[in-house]
Ligand binder design. Structure first.
Ligand SMILES: Cc1ncc(COP(=O)(O)O)c(C=O)c1O
Length: 401
């Protein structure tokens, strides 16, 4: 009998229901694309982070089969045991090239997911002790959890600064005698779509001999002349930067990497539990990600990125249709603040009835009272798709009064 457990579970679920916070999986039975089959209906989708529409690209599907053919499907062990294959090595070299103009003496480490990469790097740095971590209040959950773990394992001091508030950050750093200071931020915020003030943060980090950890999950593959991410976009080079890029979003595959000066990557391999104690990513995935990075840099990739930027501008022009607050964003992530949990669910459901799929994002993913639609644009969309979304939202908004 497990009655005490079931009682607690009932109570917890009841609480979630009352707050409008029950989450449900939706079954997608088609690949990603502008239209997807969700729970049996075909819907126009503004919901995936597959920003360039590469996850169903014929060249990458071929690369996945080729990678499995050459290296096998699984890596068989963690990287330090026997899971580090030529596919991983080639990918890491190529990833290092993508950041070589931005981080001196750069090396990279390929990791299963961005979530793990953030936990891995933050805890490895914290293990050096005497650390203060400065974290933007809107940072991603994986950064928050990495910091929580650093606090428990290494007694890190933690300062959460208001969103993008460099003055407060500067003031906090100035008063801090701690020798090891680490500033951590999303480069493009995952639920708001805005940029961190990266150039200012680099200057502040250099001034305080701090490290700056940049999570470019939503920038790598999109920004910069070759799609190499936010450091290329802003033409930044600094030895103080530790960079995280993901391969499951614009790159269309899965996994992530840390890029930093070589000695940091060596330290990561010594200390990071998510790397040491986890089977390394599939070599077929490494092989596919390598091909995807080439594709992103090619003329085809450039055209896709340009089209995405045109779509973003078009949405920005059209999004003044509504009294709902549209957060200013020049990235593929466009947030429409609806307010309450129940209302955002109602709007998302009404869109669903109109044949459009936009996920509703509620607390704790976003701050209380800022439940929102998270609209993600991708290079497979057309301008007409955006018109359909705007028309549907306008109707819903006027019906709700
Ligand atoms: C800012 C940010 N960092 C990290 C991650 C985690 O990356 P992954 O999906 O590869 O685990 C995400 C995922 O959504 C993200 O938005």
């Amino acid at each position: 009998m497990i009655d005490p457990w079931l009682e607690a579970l009932d109570q917890a679920n009841h609480h979630l229901h009352q707050q409008g916070l029950i989450r449900q999986l939706k079954l997608r039975s088609s690949p990603n694309g502008p239209f997807v089959d969700i729970n049996g209906s075909q819907l126009l989708s503004f919901s995936s982070n597959d920003y360039l529409g590469l996850s169903n690209h014929p060249l990458l599907k071929k690369a996945m089969a080729e990678g499995a053919d050459i290296y096998g499907t699984g890596s068989g062990a963690s990287a330090l045991i026997s899971g580090h294959s030529t596919a991983h090595h080639l990918l890491e070299n190529r990833l290092a090239q993508t950041q070589s103009l931005h981080i001196p003496n750069v090396a990279t480490c390929f990791i299963n997911t961005g979530f793990m990469a953030n936990m891995a790097m933050i805890t490895a740095l914290a293990s050096l002790g005497n650390i203060s971590i400065y974290s933007d209040t809107l940072n991603h959950a994986s950064i928050i959890d990495g910091i929580r773990m650093a606090k428990v394992q290494s007694q890190a001091q933690v300062f959460v600064y208001p969103h993008n508030d460099v003055e407060t950050l500067q003031a906090l750093l100035t008063q801090d005698p701690c020798p090891h200071k680490l500033i951590v931020t999303d480069s493009v915020f995952s639920m708001d779509g805005d940029f961190a003030p990266i150039q200012q943060l680099v200057k502040i980090a250099e001034q305080h001999q701090a490290l700056l950890f940049l999570d470019d999950a939503h920038g790598f593959g999109i920004f910069g002349k070759n799609g190499h991410g936010c450091l290329e976009h802003f033409d930044i080079c600094s030895p103080n930067i530790i960079y995280m890029g993901t391969l499951g979003k614009a790159v269309g595959v899965s996994g992530a990497f840390i890029a930093a000066q070589k000695f940091w990557i060596e330290w990561l391999i010594q200390k990071s539990r998510p790397i040491i104690y986890s089977t390394s990513p599939s070599p077929a995935i490494a092989h596919t990600a390598l091909k995807s990075i080439e594709l992103i840099k090619s003329e085809e990739g450039l055209n896709k990125r340009m089209h995405l930027f045109n779509l973003i501008s078009y949405w920005n022009q059209r999004s003044n249709f509504t009294p709902w607050h549209v957060l200013p964003s020049s990235s593929a992530i466009q947030a429409l603040i609806i307010g309450t949990n129940n209302k955002v669910m109602e709007v998302s459901k009404s869109l669903h009835h109109s044949g459009i799929w936009v996920p509703a994002i509620r607390p704790p993913t976003v701050p209380e009272h800022t439940a929102r639609l998270r609209i993600t644009l991708n290079a497979d969309h057309s301008f007409a798709h955006i018109d359909l979304l705007v028309d549907a939202l306008s109707k819903i908004e006027s019906n709700l009064g």
